[in-house]
Design a protein around this ligand. Sequence first.
Ligand SMILES: [Ca+2]
Length: 83
Amino acid sequence: MPKNREIIMKKAYDLKVLGAKLKERGLDLGEDAVRILAEETFDWVEESAAISETPYDDMAMIVMPPLKKIAFENIDKIDGQKG
Ligand SMILES: [Ca+2]
């Protein structure tokens, strides 16, 4: 599936835009699927940073807690219900 360049993001880290882009490419993910994807991706990045030789990803870990907080708050809004 080709990438859709028509969907424009106007608000930073807008998951609705990401969801729309993924749906256009054949991945129609609900809140639970997005949460699992985010949890595993964050874990994968953190585990990689811990064992990699470059110090740059270790520095990036400083922003992980607030980034994860923002991400999971937004993911919780996907189905329009709390939790
Ligand atoms: Ca929710």
